[in-house]
Design a protein around this ligand. Structure first.
Ligand SMILES: NC(=O)c1ccc[n+]([C@@H]2O[C@H](COP(=O)([O-])OP(=O)(O)OC[C@H]3O[C@@H](n4cnc5c(N)ncnc54)[C@H](OP(=O)(O)O)[C@@H]3O)[C@@H](O)[C@H]2O)c1
Length: 408
């Protein structure tokens, strides 16, 4: 058996999710039956200081030879880094991913990969012109549960799918938790708001369901209601999309994607509120239980009365290992958080010479961005209280890169 090929990661930024990602990537790939690749955290960069990068290396348990940099530029100039994980606030993804690509690095960029269609398309064009790998780090897509749900839909077990609901909402109590208005969730300058932060998960479930049931990914129409927060970002966004499908395959499919930082998909944290995703076919439906970004339970409900529940546990170092997930919390039984699967996908793609992820194409990232752009534009019109609004997203919206329009 050949030895696993090493992928040398550069970590760009040292915030909350970078810590979770690195903790996960350091979990032995054999715990999830991956033997053809392994991960090395080669270098970490912080724009704040080199010391912050050094502290991060110690906190996360990276090997002592991991290099620490006090600027992102030094990271992308490191010739022993293969791929950079970009983990800054949304507003900076375009600029920093572009810097990495220009320096010849492959890129795994946190979601959303950009804040509007123009940015996303420009990054994709750059990656393609330089023959570099580029992937949006929508980790949920690479969880085994996600593949299972897709396979159920494709198998026809629930019949022709006509509708999908997907919610990703977390009650964050923004006035209390983000009182200064500086936090990236509510800060307009950092492209805050529920839509760009949580919305990609809802849209991802929707797009996946649509694709698996034979629909196209470029919606026919997008309708949205957007409620603003006091800082000018969106607090609650509700999107209705019509996905195109031929009459022979069942006709158009309706998707309802919702997101909020005011109410929760799982108010008591133990799933009593029921599923956050429902994919509905003529013979039954498949349900995914919260949280939508890291589900641990699915349910199949058939029209004939049969119900099939499945639990989805996450491999990791194991019980009593003392492992924490990077947010400073222990996962049950020392399980990993689940971000290692997207890292595996990037590493395998690079070995195989693929330039994008296998489960969410770059064209899909653009299509999803078009929906979020459309919702943002509709938010602008909503201030005039028009009774009903919809938008045909065939042409990308031509408005400034920073896509947040003034609060009414
Ligand atoms: N996949 C997931 O489950 C998940 C979860 C949470 C967040 N995310 C995504 O990850 C990205 C980062 O989120 P996070 O929660 O890690 O944010 P965070 O804790 O605020 O960290 C962001 C980091 O970016 C760097 N940074 C550079 N310029 C900054 C600026 N102007 N303001 C604030 N930070 C700046 C800082 O690192 P340095 O000082 O080291 O440069 C900072 O620590 C977001 O795009 C978000 O969507 C994904």
């Amino acid at each position: 058996m050949s030895s696993p090929r090493a992928t040398r990661w550069g970590i760009l930024a040292t915030g909350g999710i970078a810590k979770t990602f690195v903790k996960d990537v350091l979990v032995d790939p054999n715990t999830r039956d991956v033997s053809n690749v392994k991960h090395v955290i080669a270098a970490v960069a912080s724009s704040t200081s080199e010391k912050r990068a050094k502290d991060f290396i110690i906190d996360t348990g990276c090997p002592s030879m991991t290099r620490a940099y006090g600027s992102y530029l030094e990271l992308v100039q490191d010739s022993e880094v293969d791929i950079v994980y970009v983990a800054t606030p949304h507003s900076q993804h375009y600029q920093q991913s572009l810097m990495c690509l220009e320096a010849g690095k492959h890129v795994l960029c946190e979601k959303p990969m950009a804040v509007n269609v123009q940015e996303a398309e420009a990054l994709i064009a750059k990656a393609r012109s330089k023959q570099l790998f580029l992937m949006q780090a929508l980790w949920t897509r690479y969880l085994p549960v996600s593949k299972y749900v897709e396979d159920v839909v494709k198998s026809g077990a629930i019949g022709t799918v006509h509708r999908c609901f997907a919610d990703t909402s977390i009650a964050m109590h923004p006035e209390k938790e983000f009182a200064s208005g500086e936090h990236r969730m509510v800060n307009r300058d950092l492209a805050g708001g529920a839509l760009l932060d949580l919305g990609p998960y809802s849209l991802s479930w929707l797009f996946q369901a649509a694709k698996a049931s034979g629909a196209g990914i470029d919606p026919v129409t997008v309708t949205a209601a957007v409620k603003p927060y006091q800082t000018g970002v969106d607090e609650t966004t509700t999107i209705l999309v019509v996905m195109p499908r031929s009459a022979e395959r069942g006709g158009d499919l309706h998707g309802i994607a919702t997101t909020s930082m005011r109410v929760s998909m799982d108010p008591n944290g133990i799933g009593s509120a029921g599923p956050c995703v429902r994919i509905q076919g003529e013979e039954g439906e498949i349900q995914v239980f919260p949280p939508s970004y890291r589900p641990t339970k699915t349910r199949l409900v058939f029209a004939d009365g049969k119900v099939e529940d499945k639990d989805w546990l996450y491999p990791g170092p194991g019980k009593d290992s003392g492992w924490f997930n990077g947010f400073g919390e222990m996962n049950p039984e020392g399980e990993g958080h689940g971000m290692f699967w997207e890292a595996d996908e990037a590493a395998v793609a690079m070995c195989e010479g693929r330039l994008e992820g296998s489960r969410e194409s770059l064209d899909e990232v653009v299509a999803m961005m078009k929906v979020m752009d459309a919702a943002t534009i509709l938010r602008f019109f909503a201030q005039f209280r028009m009774p009903s609004l919809s938008f045909m997203p065939s042409k990308p919206a031509n408005y400034p890169r920073h896509s947040f329009l003034p609060c009414p």
